[in-house]
Write a protein that binds this ligand. Sequence first.
Ligand code: GSH
Length: 227
Amino acid sequence: MLLLTKPEEASMTEPVQLYGYRYSAYTRVARLALLSKGVTHHVQEVDPFGEASETYLTVHPFGRVPALSHGSFKIFETNAITRYVDRMFDGPSLQPHDAASVARMDQVIAVVDAYAYWPMVRQVASHSFFRPFFGDPSSSAEVETGLVASAKALSFLDGVAKEGFVLTGYDITLADCHVAPMIDYFVRAEEGAKALSALPNLQNWWDRVSALTIMHATDPFADVQAP
Ligand SMILES: N[C@@H](CCC(=O)N[C@@H](CS)C(=O)NCC(=O)O)C(=O)O
């Protein structure tokens, strides 16, 4: 019989390091989860758009952010990180307990990853807000395409906020942690703010969530001046 030994888990008190990029929406998802749980952590800045160092590639072989180390345990992929953080550390649970709410939370996260991140962040926010802010070339066609492409996902999220299993803005779950950084970028674009204002349930959710201390504490543009 083959006997396998399970590696030991890190203990709660071992140091936590998040590898992330200041302007990365996914890094902010992980930070929101860490702060919601009250986990003391150090953030190591890694720019995933530059050339990844050999050292960083041992942490994240795809060179993206975020990644997390806890003691000797290393993990990458945002959804794996946030679930690990939620289960490993004390603090309020970021995952609901009933089947319908968990399923809805997982669905929201999957929808945002598959259908909303790119058009909302990389097209609308990037070309209407981020690039102009830094004086980089931008394209209004990208903004238009992103607005059209994100409409269905936003309408889905509005329905979820109305339904009340998750995205209530009161009981913070991994769904809030995942959606908030994307919406924050989206509404920094005038066109995004206008699109959100047409979705009353999601707008109400955003009004509550954007006021949270954890959102202010992770604002990527706090203290950043346009060059
Ligand atoms: N599936 C990854 C996606 C992470 C991701 O795409 N991060 C962006 C920053 S928000 C990145 O590293 N982009 C670098 C690139 O696209 O080359 C996760 O969930 O962690």
